[in-house]
Ligand binder design. Structure first.
Ligand SMILES: [Zn+2]
Length: 70
């Protein structure tokens, strides 16, 4: 199972999360709900190019926008 690292833009904490490939990426800091940036520092596989990130980001934004409506 791959290990993902996310850094919070608000509190600057880095969260290491084990996720399946099928799991949704984290978008909110578990501690302060700030926006998370996915880090590329770990993992035995290298993702080349930036296209995947753009797609992933758009999908996450659309999802969180719909869910955050209270
Ligand atoms: Zn945070």
């Amino acid at each position: 199972m791959p290990l993902y690292e996310y850094q919070c833009s608000a509190c600057q904490k880095v969260h290491e999360v084990m996720q399946k490939f099928s799991d949704e990426p984290l978008t909110r800091c578990p501690e302060c709900q700030g926006p998370l940036n996915k880090l590329m520092s770990t993992g035995s596989f290298a993702l080349k190019g930036t296209g995947w990130y753009t797609t992933d980001y758009k999908r996450a934004s659309a999802k969180s926008g719909g869910e955050s409506a209270t």
